[in-house]
Design a protein around this ligand. Structure first.
Ligand code: NAD
Length: 405
C-alpha cells in the first residue's frame, strides 16, 4: 500500500493516478472536510479526466485524517503545501509537522521502505532537514519533484516527460527498490539538491518565457508587426531559439550582436513609452555575472595572470565586445593589487589583429607556449583550454570561464 500525505491539487491527483496504475492507496489529509468529501465520492478540485479515474479506482482508494492509518504503507509520498512567506521564503510548517508524524509512524511500522517528498523545497532541505526530522536510517528518503500542470495534471502524471528522483548519493541507483519508481520509464537519478532545484529552474524559465514574449509582442505591436507571423517564425527556429543553444551556464555573453540589438530593442520600446523591465535587465544581469568573475579572480590574490583565448567566442578572431577583454580591463584597473602583470596567449592569426588594438595595449600578447614565463599565479582559460599549459603549470591556480557560445 502507498500512503499519500496531503491531498491538495498535487496529492489527490497523485493518489488517484497511483490507484489507476494498480496500487492500493491511502490518502491522508488534516482537512476533515476534504476527507469527508472524498469518502462521499466527491472531488473538491476539477481536473480533466480525474473524476472518471476516481470512480474507476474507488475500490483501491481509502482516505483518513489520521496518519496512523498509514502504518501498513510500504511507501509514502508527501504532498503537503509549502506556501510562500512574505519576501518569498518557504513556509516549512506543514512539511515539518508531517515529518514528525511520519517519524512517529516509522517507529511502529515494519513495512515502510521509502518516503518520497514532492512538496517544493529549496536545495539542501532534504539532506539537512527532512532526513533528520524523519530520523530513521532504515527508511530510504527521496525527493521526487512534481511537474504536473493544473489543467492537464492527470496526463502529466501518467505520461511524464521524465521522472526525476533525488537521492542521497547517485553512486548505486540500481540498489533502489521502489514499486512507485518501477512504474515509470525514463527515470533520472540525481542528487537531492538537483531534484530540489529543478522545480525552481523550470518554473522560473517558464515564467521568463511568458514575460519575454509578451514584452517582445508589446513593442512589436507598436511598430505594426504582425504578431502571429512573428511568433511563428520565432518558434519555428529550433536551431537557435527553441533549442538548447545558449542554454549553458558559463561566462557572460558579448560580441557584436547580442548587446547591440538588445540595446536597440530597448530604445524601440522607450520611443513608444513601453516599459520592458525583463529585457531592460538583461545587460545589467550580464554585467553582474562578469563582476562575479572579477571577485573570483581577485580571491586568488594573484599578481601575475595569464589569459588564454580572449576572443568573444570560439572560432573567430573578433575581440570587439569580447567579455573576456572587458574582464581583463576591469581586473587590471582594480585598485586592490597594483603592479599587476597580465599576459595573453592566443593563436598567431588572432593576435595579429589583437596587437593593433588599443584595448590590449597594457598586456603582453603571445602566440607560442615557449614565449610564456616560467611562473604565473593564475591561468585563466577563456575560449581556449590548453592541455600542455595545464601539464606545464601543474601547481598554478587555474580558472575556466566555461564559455557558453
Ligand atoms: N499545484 C500545483 O500545480 C503544483 C505543481 C507542482 C508542485 N506543487 C507543489 O506541491 C506541493 C503541494 O501543492 P498543492 O497545490 O497540492 O498544495 P495545497 O495547499 O493545495 O494542498 C496541501 C494539502 O496538504 C494538507 N496538509 C497540510 N499539513 C498536513 C499534514 N500534516 N498531514 C496531512 N495533510 C496535510 C492540507 O490540508 C492540504 O490539503 C507544494 O509544495 C507545491 O509547491 C504544486
Amino acid at each position: 500500500m502507498i500512503a499519500v500525505f496531503g491531498l491538495g491539487h498535487v496529492g489527490i491527483v497523485t493518489a488517484i493516478c497511483l490507484a489507476e496504475k494498480g496500487f492500493s492507496v491511502i490518502g491522508i489529509d488534516k482537512g476533515a472536510e476534504k476527507i469527508t468529501s472524498l469518502k462521499n465520492s466527491k472531488l473538491y478540485i476539477f481536473e480533466k479526466g480525474l473524476q472518471e479515474l476516481f470512480e474507476k479506482n474507488k475500490s483501491k482508494l481509502q482516505f483518513s485524517t489520521n496518519s496512523q492509518d498509514a502504518k501498513i504503507a510500504t511507501e509514502i509520498i508527501v504532498c503537503v503545501g509549502t506556501p510562500s512567506l512574505a519576501g518569498g521564503a518557504v513556509d516549512y510548517s506543514h512539511i515539518n509537522s508531517v515529518c514528525e508524524e511520519i517519524s512517529a509512524l516509522t517507529k511502529k511500522s515494519n513495512t515502510l521502505k521509502n518516503i518520497f517528498f514532492r512538496s517544493t523545497v529549496q536545495p539542501k532541505t532534504t539532506r539537512t532537514k527532512l532526513t533528520k526530522l524523519v530520523n530513521n536510517k532504515t527508511v530510504n528518503i527521496f525527493f521526487y519533484p512534481e511537474f504536473l500542470r493544473e489543467g492537464s495534471a492527470v496526463e502529466d502524471f501518467l505520461n511524464p516527460n521524465q521522472t526525476i528522483i533525488g537521492v542521497e548519493s547517485t553512486d548505486n541507483p540500481s540498489s533502489i527498490s521502489s514499486d512507485i519508481i518501477k512504474g515509470f520509464d525514463n527515470v533520472n537519478y540525481v542528487d537531492y539538491e538537483v531534484a530540489e532545484m529543478i522545480k525552481y529552474a523550470n518554473n522560473s524559465f517558464h515564467a521568463l518565457k511568458v514575460a519575454f514574449i509578451n514584452e517582445i509582442a508589446t513593442v512589436a505591436k507598436e511598430y505594426d508587426v504582425d504578431i502571429s507571423s512573428l511568433h511563428k517564425v520565432f518558434i519555428g527556429d529550433d536551431k537557435l531559439n527553441i533549442s538548447t543553444s545558449y542554454l549553458k551556464p558559463g561566462f557572460a555573453f558579448g560580441g557584436p550582436c547580442l548587446t547591440k540589438d538588445t540595446r536597440g530593442f530597448l530604445e524601440m520600446g522607450l520611443k513608444k513609452g513601453i516599459k520592458t523591465p525583463l529585457i531592460q535587465n538583461i545587460l545589467p544581469s550580464n554585467n553582474e555575472h562578469l563582476m562575479r568573475f572579477i571577485a573570483q579572480i581577485e580571491s586568488f590574490k594573484a599578481s601575475k595572470v595569464l589569459f588564454c583565448g580572449i576572443t568573444f567566442k570560439k572560432g573567430t578572431n573578433d575581440i570587439r565586445n569580447s567579455p573576456i577583454v572587458d574582464l581583463m580591463s576591469l581586473y587590471y584597473q582594480r585598485p586592490s593589487y597594483n603592479k599587476k602583470i597580465v599576459h595573453v596567449l592566443d593563436e598567431e592569426n588572432i593576435i595579429e589583429s589583437l596587437r593593433s588594438s588599443s584595448r590590449l595595449a597594457p598586456y603582453k600578447i603571445m602566440s607560442k607556449l615557449e614565449q610564456l614565463d616560467e611562473e604565473y599565479d593564475l591561468i585563466i582559460f577563456g575560449t581556449k583550454v590548453n592541455d600542455s599549459i595545464i601539464e606545464k603549470y601543474k601547481n598554478t591556480n587555474i580558472l575556466h570561464l566555461g564559455f557558453i557560445l
